[in-house]
Design a protein around this ligand. Structure first.
Ligand SMILES: [Zn+2]
Length: 192
């Protein structure tokens, strides 16, 4: 049920993204889907006593996928047992596809302030850095190398320079060659 594990300073994080329930609610209603996720999470958490956190990833909202709004994420975090074992993987590409505009500094600040108010910035335990092949608010999940998509570079520069996330693991979800190119670009943005 759990997805890939990601090594990080002081522990391991697990992404819950691969769970079927997280991928969509199919022919049932959204509410039923949300309840199924809460049930599944609680079932996992019942026997879960590890130090590693289970992370819920912000999604693009494609099809019947759940988890693309801060409202939904905060609902899960409020309804599960052992909320201390749960964190959030902040996927900037997915958030762009879902309609959270962080392309300039003003938007970035506003989105993060909203997240902080509803969920808490300390819940962000990993960041996925992907550019989006699809338009803002498209709800269509297609990743592309940084700088080649629709998001511009400012958001990436802002987030990698944000001191609040200095120790937060940042990951690219691209093919190997694309990852190398994107990493080079990120390094140059860090120096600017
Ligand atoms: Zn991701």
């Amino acid at each position: 049920m759990l997805g890939a594990t990601v090594p990080a300073k002081g522990g391991y994080y697990m992404a819950f993204k691969k769970a079927d329930e997280w991928r969509g609610y199919g022919s049932s209603t959204k509410q039923e889907g949300i309840e199924r996720i809460i049930l599944a999470l609680n079932k996992v958490l019942e026997k879960y006593n590890e130090k590693a956190k289970i992370l819920l990833e912000t999604m693009a909202g494609q099809g019947t996928m759940i988890g693309s709004t801060f409202e939904e994420l905060s609902l899960f975090l409020n309804k599960i047992k052992k909320p201390q074992s749960i964190g959030v993987c902040f996927d900037v590409g997915h958030l762009f596809m879902a309609g959270y505009d962080m392309r300039d500094n003003k938007g970035y600040k506003a989105v993060l302030a909203k997240f902080d108010k509803m969920i808490g910035l300390e819940k962000i335990k990993a960041i996925h850095l992907n550019d989006s092949k699809t338009d803002f608010g498209s709800h269509v999940d297609r990743h592309i190398s940084i700088g080649k998509g629709k998001m511009g570079l400012e958001i990436f520069q802002t987030i990698i320079k944000d001191k609040r996330f200095k120790n937060t693991p940042k990951l690219l979800e691209l093919e190997e060659e694309e990852t190398k190119k994107s990493l080079k670009l990120l390094q140059s943005l860090l120096l600017l």
